[in-house]
Ligand binder design. Structure first.
Ligand code: PLP
Length: 383
């Protein structure tokens, strides 16, 4: 192939041209500060409101429940630290899972260093949490349950609606890191009893450095960024209007094309999975067979180090990853795969292929040929 073949859409996505078009005027034409009271600011102000509306429609929230942040990491930090702070007199126990993104895990580590108790749910070999264990973990001082909507490495979709029900019955705030699910699969924060939800624009063909936190208006949340009175004093700082307009447009496009994109991606995903299983010996699919993101494929190839495979595929013009982008380059086995029961050696052997609805049949055929020959070559070299 004479062009780059991109299969790493869980790491980030190409910005849609409609999204870029929506953003551009806010850099150089309608560049007013949305907090301004003169007419020139009105367009920027309106863009923020339109974006909130589009995002809220995608998850069945109210527009006033959407707060813009710098991305998924900030949203996760805000949710966890602020609930911990707000509820510290009621209790200091938090429940999360072993397979969360570092944005949640490292925030939990920080909170445990300052006196909070954090319990980590196990997952089964498919990356699924156990609801019975969740119920058993709940204590009188449990103030927060934070479980990701879908895992960024293996794509397993967690039983969010049932977690929400358990949290609500026990009067516990429920946060979900939905960075990988937002715009990819249906989310209904009201039906699922989700109190706080983190999302990021760059995972759905929007801009990097822009995200949001949905905050159920019945719970309220103290700010962690203090300053001016932007966003009802909940998250101070001049709003990133181009980013916000882009995120709203990306959310609108995702909502309008959700059904068709899910079907398209599942068809591509299942074809790739079946071809790899057929064509490459000793290949094991990581993650859940059915409860998985439409665009996620994650395989382990016996005796093939994931990183070596990624580098070889890169030399063929293909972008894929061996674990999440945030842990790439770190010589530690995937914490997700080890939590799923893989030993350290197996946890180094993963290859993550993540799709966008824009991937073509020609790209898939090229990918399959290259993965097969790269796996064979690495195996030959290690004998
Ligand atoms: N949470 C999950 C599940 C993610 O996959 C990511 C990014 O990969 C993040 C949080 C962090 O999001 P951001 O890159 O917007 O900070």
């Amino acid at each position: 192939m004479d062009k780059l073949v991109y299969f790493d859409n869980a790491a980030t996505t190409r910005i849609y041209s409609e999204v870029l078009k929506e953003m551009l005027p806010f850099f150089s034409v309608m560049y007013g500060n949305p907090s301004g009271i003169y007419e020139f600011s009105d367009k920027a102000k309106a863009a923020v409101e339109i974006s909130k509306e589009r995002i809220s429609r995608l998850i069945n929230a109210f527009p006033e429940e959407i707060y813009f942040t710098s991305g998924g990491t900030e949203s996760d930090n805000w949710a966890l630290k602020s609930i911990a702070f707000m509820k510290r007199n009621r209790g200091r126990h938090i429940i999360t899972s072993k397979i969360e993104h570092p944005a949640v895990l490292n925030t939990c580590r920080y909170l445990s260093n300052i006196g909070y108790k954090v319990s980590y749910l196990d997952v089964d070999k498919y990356g699924m949490i156990d609801l019975n264990q969740l119920v058993e973990m709940i204590r009188r001082d449990t103030i927060l349950i934070s479980i990701m909507y879908a895992n960024n490495e293996v794509g397993t979709v967690e039983p969010i609606e049932r977690i929400g029900k358990i949290a609500r019955l026990n009067g516990i705030v429920f946060h979900t890191d939905a960075v990988q699910a937002f715009g990819q699969i249906p989310i209904d924060v009201k039906k699922m009893n989700i109190d706080l939800l983190s999302a990021s624009a760059h995972k759905l063909h929007g801009p990097k450095g822009c995200g949001c936190l949905y905050v159920n208006k019945d719970i309220g949340l103290p700010p962690i960024i203090h300053g001016g009175s932007q966003q009802n004093k909940m998250r101070a700082g001049t709003l990133n209007v181009p980013g916000i307009a882009g995120m709203g447009k990306a959310a609108q496009i995702a909502a309008n094309n959700m059904d068709i994109n899910i079907k398209k991606k599942i068809k591509m995903r299942d074809y790739i999975i079946s071809e790899i299983r057929k064509e490459i010996s000793d290949s094991i699919l990581n993650g859940h067979e059915t409860e998985r993101l439409p665009g996620n494929i994650n395989f382990s190839f016996k005796n093939v180090e994931g990183e070596a495979l990624v580098i070889l595929l890169d030399s063929m013009g293909i972008c894929v990853s061996s674990a999440s982008a945030c842990s790439a380059g770190l010589k530690t086995p995937s914490h997700v795969l080890t939590a799923m029961g893989k030993n350290n050696e197996e946890a180094y052997e993963s290859l993550r292929i993540t799709l966008s609805s824009e991937n073509t049949r020609a790209e898939i055929m090229y990918l399959l040929n290259c993965v097969k020959s790269a796996v064979e070559n690495i195996r030959k070299m290690s004998y």
